[in-house]
Design a protein around this ligand. Structure first.
Ligand SMILES: [Zn+2]
Length: 254
């Protein structure tokens, strides 16, 4: 498959789909080449359509898209990875759905994010291969935030800019990072974060995935990492997109 004046090729993760017209389906994709985009799959709802199997949410596909007056139309579809182990497990499906939800909600249409695409593919591959979901998802969160320009500041106080000292700290989702104990008295809406949890968050933020997996946080620290990152992500999403319905949906999922 190659690009021509009438068609172009994308590699995509299928984020979601909805029925459209009589036999057609509207797909939301996250593509390596063009970020999020919406395309039409013609005739996939007819029982015998050969294309239908390729176009389920989570699937990674190679698509040839025909340019038209409106949304591009799928001319050819090839499955690259169906992530069948994820599909076979409900808990894993929810964790993978969360990854896709972050892609969907943090990006605008046709805004290129090749690094984020790569990170999402690697995360789905890790989940599918049975890597512990805690590591796969926390790593995804911290590195997706970096890529999207929401990297939380974990090394200096976001208020006084002094380097963080090795004692328990506070965190402000609105200010985007750690607030030292002195400044915490004056900054509204801070949450405590223990020095050990902060150490693990930093480690995940600046390490390769392999290095991140060498860490061994205790259950209480895992819980604190997850809660803090969820809180930060939801706050950033809310201010960026203001979609309260989604915030509820994703809180239930977490
Ligand atoms: Zn401070």
């Amino acid at each position: 498959m190659a690009d021509t004046p009438r068609s172009f090729r994308v590699e995509a993760l299928v984020l979601r789909h909805s029925n459209f017209a009589e036999a057609d389906r509207l797909l939301t994709l996250f593509t390596r080449e063009r970020g999020k985009m919406h395309v039409v799959a013609k005739g996939v709802r007819k029982l015998k359509s050969r294309k239908a199997g390729h176009l389920e949410p989570f699937t990674r596909v190679q698509l040839q898209l025909a340019r038209g007056q409106g949304m591009p139309i799928i001319a050819q579809a090839e499955t690259m990875e169906a992530y069948s182990a994820i599909r076979a497990d409900l808990d894993m499906t929810a964790r993978a759905a969360y990854v896709l939800e972050v892609l969907d909600r943090f990006t605008y249409d046709e805004e290129e994010h090749p690094q984020l695409f790569q990170l999402a593919v690697e995360t789905l591959e890790r989940l599918n291969a049975g890597v512990e979901a805690f590591f796969a998802n926390r790593y995804f969160e911290l590195h997706a935030l970096n890529t999207l320009g929401f990297r939380p500041e974990l090394f200096a106080c976001v208020s006084c800019r002094q380097p963080v000292q090795p004692v328990d700290q506070f965190f402000s989702a609105r200010r985007g990072g750690v607030v030292c104990p002195d400044c915490a008295l004056r900054v509204e809406g801070v949450r405590p974060v223990s020095v050990d949890t902060l150490r693990f968050l930093r480690h995940f933020q600046r390490s390769s995935f392999k290095e991140a997996c060498r860490a061994d946080p205790r259950p209480a620290q895992r819980e604190e990492m997850e809660t803090l990152l969820q809180y930060y992500i939801l706050t950033q999403m809310e201010s960026r997109l203001n979609t309260p319905g989604f915030i509820r949906a994703i809180s239930e999922k977490a």
